[in-house]
Design a protein around this ligand. Structure first.
Ligand SMILES: [Zn+2]
Length: 160
């Protein structure tokens, strides 16, 4: 069941579905790469994709969201993504939420969300997404657990 403060648009949902397909492919084919995929949309058009490159680049900051933000900004020639959307297969971590806010992204849409995820995806397990929203109500709207059933095999804790 989708939760959050906004409803995803059709284009955001389609981009997220594409990201899930790509992440599932990475999980199947590239065992050294974390299967997490993000995209940036402006006016319902995808302008950049990003895969998690942490182990590819040996850089702990190369989360899929950071890669996508970086590419989108390079593409547009500006550090501002004011009003843009980000879709991502996994709930953004604290670092990525900071970068999302710094970039001006207005909408955050993700598939797998806490709780129920494997350990290690979040640097501050006691800090909830809702607290970021409370800390800046003008910041961003979010929709989470979108198509979550399609990604829990990738990120969920195994039952039992
Ligand atoms: Zn992150």
């Amino acid at each position: 069941m989708t939760q959050g403060t906004i409803e995803p648009t059709e284009a955001e949902t389609a981009a997220l579905a594409h990201a899930i397909t790509r992440a599932s492919g990475i999980a199947r084919d590239e065992t050294d790469r974390a299967p997490i995929v993000a995209a940036i949309l402006v006016d319902d058009e995808v302008i950049a994709w990003g895969d998690n490159e942490v182990h590819v680049e040996n850089d702990p900051s190369r989360h899929a969201e950071i890669v996508a933000i970086s590419r989108a900004c390079a593409e547009r020639g500006t550090p501002s993504l004011q009003g843009a959307s980000i879709v991502t297969t996994l709930q953004p971590c604290e670092m990525c939420l900071g970068a999302i806010r710094m970039s001006g992204i207005a909408r955050v849409i993700f598939a797998a969300g806490r709780p129920g995820l494997k350990d290690g995806y979040f640097a501050f397990p006691g800090l909830a997404l809702e607290q970021f929203v409370e800390a800046d109500p003008e910041g961003f709207g979010w929709a989470g657990h979108v198509m979550e059933a399609d990604v829990m095999a990738l990120y969920g804790k195994r039952e039992g």
